[in-house]
Design a protein around this ligand. Sequence first.
Ligand code: UD1
Ligand code: UDP
Length: 362
Amino acid sequence: MPALILHVTGARPNFPKAAPVIAALRDHSVEQLLVHTGQHYDERMSEVFFRQLEIPEPDVNLGVGSGSHGAQTAAIMAGLEPLFAERRPDVVVVYGDVNSTVAAALVAAKMGIPVAHVEAGLRSFDMTMPEEINRLVTDRLSDVLLTTSVDAVAHLAREGVAPGSIHFVGNPMIDTLLRHRDKFDAAAARRDLGLEGDYLVATLHRPGNVDRPEDVAELVEAVHRVADQAQLVIPLHPRGRARLESAGFLDHPAIRVVEPLGYVEFLGLVRGSLAVITDSGGVQEETTVLGVPCLTLRPNTERPVTITDGTNRLVGRDTLPDAVAQVLATGPLQDWPVPPLWDGASGPRIARILAAASGVDR
Ligand code: UD1
Ligand code: UDP
């Protein structure tokens, strides 16, 4: 019987990471089972990625939906445990740092099933972020740690992870970007949204920006000062949307809030923009490869390689308007570095390691 590799996905950023791994594993003699926890469920947060990225329909959807951290994580664990018991996968693969990631790692580790973590070792060193807790716990429980950057390898080594368990494989999210890059059509994005002239793009969803009323008030003020300088398109994540709207976010003629976009449409919009303002993890990486200046509205990043070897820069709500002025004055980047191994071949590297870990292709 071929070995069984079970992937657990659930939230928007998981899908572009899992797509190239699932595709590359087809070249190995393993069986694959794809689980969607249902953490994200809106068509625009989930299904559109399966369609555009040609990810197979999930074999199982746990349909857990939204909830508090405890309730959501527990519901995912309760859904996965009987499934793992029935299917007994040889490896469980988890992606990134969302609640679905840590829930799956906890269940698998307690059942003695090896865990492989794609995007291991990233650290913001900010324990107020739920993702940092998820990263630390997931890495501690993982047997195969697949990293996107050299700093991640160093973090894991410092935390005592055995060198043989750490694999620097590059960034599978960038495999997805490079594979679909030709479809990122800036002119179509403009047309679809009726945009004329230059524009900036923003995405905002971190609790540190959109959950507390004081932060939201500061954010609205900062974003309005940006919109004084250039038109701003914001495909807004459902988290915090109501809070931002009631704080007057939309009350500026140069701000255009739209629903979350499909992957291809979003990156088409980004490709044609002057710069991106974001608190997303993945968007910091994608702008780095596309050569679009990125202003990350956070006090820290778990992806410093996008600053040292990319187009990213950290800004505060107080410094954002001046940073935008600088970016606009500088104009488009002519050349920029790209981090090592962000080369479109991470999926096959990961697949080889997973196939070996599952007991085949040794
Ligand atoms: C989650 C991840 C975060 C990631 C983000 C990517 C955790 C702890 N957080 O944050 O790391 O950056 O996804 O997008 O896992 N909602 C909808 N429709 C959906 C999904 C969510 O309306 O399809 C709304 C619900 O009101 C929900 C809220 O968004 O309560 C937050 O969703 P949740 O999955 O808990 O966290 P995110 O903020 O999306
Ligand atoms: N994204 C998208 N449409 C949007 C906003 C983002 O397709 O309207 C994509 C983005 O290109 C990246 C992923 O969603 O591939 C990042 O997810 P998100 O920002 O929600 O999560 P994070 O990376 O912060 O965990």
